[in-house]
Design a protein around this ligand. Structure first.
Ligand code: ZN
Ligand code: ZN
Length: 470
């Protein structure tokens, strides 16, 4: 609905806080020209299908891009070459460093009382098992909190197993309660005496494919081998444990962490240089690195290519927008937002000039919700933007507390205004961090639709000159 036409409800809305409590205006702030160009850009993006084409190129010609691997380096080269070919006014890289991690090989099996070979994958950052593998009794915990509550020493010589299953939710909110075990499970299990840590994959599918992803590490703690089982394998293991007899498990894993060996990657930045205040930037974020399984077509090939395509459609306008647009493809996101941390450090003196940002790092479906995180002065423009998106089925979230997603969350924490666009994420965690993250999962129509919205948002933010600061 068009909020400003319902002024009679204001007194009621005022007490709800956030966006709805702000005074409403009588006239449009965005000029007719800005609106008309936004609608033209929408048609251009819907016709072009450029993001889909770019993602086909990235996932076919480069593929997996785990930080520090040859694929990661090729990804950086691909992005620089593509951005130049698309005609970005400036294209550059900023070095990002991380430590070397080798996945190695993995063999996982239930050895008794009923043997089963298990499909498992090492968690990113994990150390290996002893060379011959480690065999021990499994102790199951229904979730991370239960593992945390285990008494010190109660897991001596045991393999700790967290069997919590992630819930499928349209907004991806099932991820947080599940991923905590991936992050902290191994460290906590080790403190309680465990010799290895296994968990049900953080994923919503029933494929016999395990989901990788990074785990927390601690320099002062040697570490134990940590791996995720596919959902069907986790079911088998839990069913065995439910029978009441001790279940033994063998994990042989040759992952290696090299805390002193530095690997280099980069943030890749493409700029559309503004015509009036080029030192002010609208930021479009995504991450260029991926895991080493799959081809990273979804995570985050979709974000990389939607934001590049949005930049290209703006470059094709007869003149540049007032402000600059920076398309930032962050490196080393998967291993803990490392690229954006180094970006923040490198750009700390110009953070005030990051006028607003939006990231894509989630979902294969269409955007259905837009949530701002801006100052009160900017809310009317956000409403006008939302009016342009409303016919596309995108609602305006009444909360005004967006801080930026994924990489951009750190810039949001540092004060940058943001808009979070939420796509339908129902299917995302079927593929996330697995061999199944491949280009066939990318929906060409959703790519056009989402690119249209990112392009319109970027145009309005860069051309309107509105101060979005809080
Ligand atoms: Zn991602
Ligand atoms: Zn990821």
């Amino acid at each position: 609905m068009l909020l400003h036409k319902f002024s009679g409800t204001l007194a009621v809305l005022a007490i709800t806080g956030g966006l709805l409590s702000q005074p409403l205006k009588a006239e449009n702030i965005l000029s007719e020209e800005i609106r008309a160009t936004a609608l033209e850009l929408k048609e251009t993006a819907l016709d072009a299908g450029l993001a889909y084409e770019l993602d086909e190129s990235l996932s076919t010609e480069v593929g997996a891009r785990r930080v520090g691997t040859p694929g990661d380096k090729k990804g950086v080269e691909w992005a620089v070459a593509k951005m130049k070919a698309l005609g970005f006014d400036k294209v550059w890289t900023e070095e990002v460093t991380h430590v070397l991690w080798e996945r190695g090989e993995i063999e996982a099996e239930v050895t008794g009382p009923y043997p089963h070979t298990m499909t498992a994958i090492a968690l990113g950052g994990s150390v290996g098992s002893p060379k011959k593998g480690i065999e021990a009794e499994v102790v199951e915990f229904e979730n991370f909190a239960a593992l945390e509550a285990a008494a010190p020493g109660s897991l001596d010589g045991k393999i700790a197993y967290v069997s919590y299953r992630m819930e499928r939710k349209v907004d991806g909110s099932g991820y947080g309660p599940a991923v905590i075990a991936r992050g902290k499970g191994a460290l906590v299990a080790e403190q309680k005496g465990a010799v290895a840590f296994i968990m049900r994959s953080v994923g919503t599918d029933n494929n016999r494919l395990a989901h990788t992803g990074s785990m927390n590490t601690d320099d002062g703690i040697p570490g134990i081998a940590a791996a995720a089982l596919s959902n069907p394998d986790a079911d088998i293991l839990s069913n065995l444990i439910r029978r009441g007899k001790p279940v033994t498990f063998k994990l042989k894993q040759s992952s290696r962490r090299h805390d002193k060996k530095v690997v280099k990657t980069a943030n890749v930045i493409g700029e559309v240089t503004g015509r009036e205040s080029p030192e002010d930037y609208v930021i479009l974020g995504s991450h260029l690195d991926s895991w080493d399984v799959g081809t990273g077509a979804v995570d985050d090939g979709i974000g990389v290519t939607i934001t590049m395509a949005a930049g290209k459609h703006i470059l094709d306008l007869p003149q540049r927008p007032k402000r600059s647009v920076r398309v930032v493809l962050f490196g080393a996101e998967e291993v803990g937002l490392v690229g954006v941390e180094q970006y923040l450090e490198a750009h700390k003196d110009e953070l005030d000039h990051h006028v607003i940002g939006a990231e894509w790092d989630f979902g294969v479906g269409r955007i259905y919700d837009m949530k701002p995180g801006v100052g009160p002065e900017a809310l009317n423009v956000i409403r006008e933007m939302a009016e342009l998106f409303a016919p596309m089925g995108v609602s305006l979230n009444p909360a005004n507390d967006a801080k930026g997603q994924s990489d951009l969350s750190l810039l949001g924490d540092a004060g940058m205004p943001a808009v979070n666009f939420s796509p339908d994420g129902s299917l995302y965690f079927d593929y996330h961090h697995t061999d199944n993250d491949t280009f066939d999962k990318v929906d060409p129509e959703a790519m056009k639709f989402n690119t249209a919205i990112y392009t319109m948002f970027t145009w309005i933010a860069a051309e309107s000159g509105v101060d979005f600061r809080k």
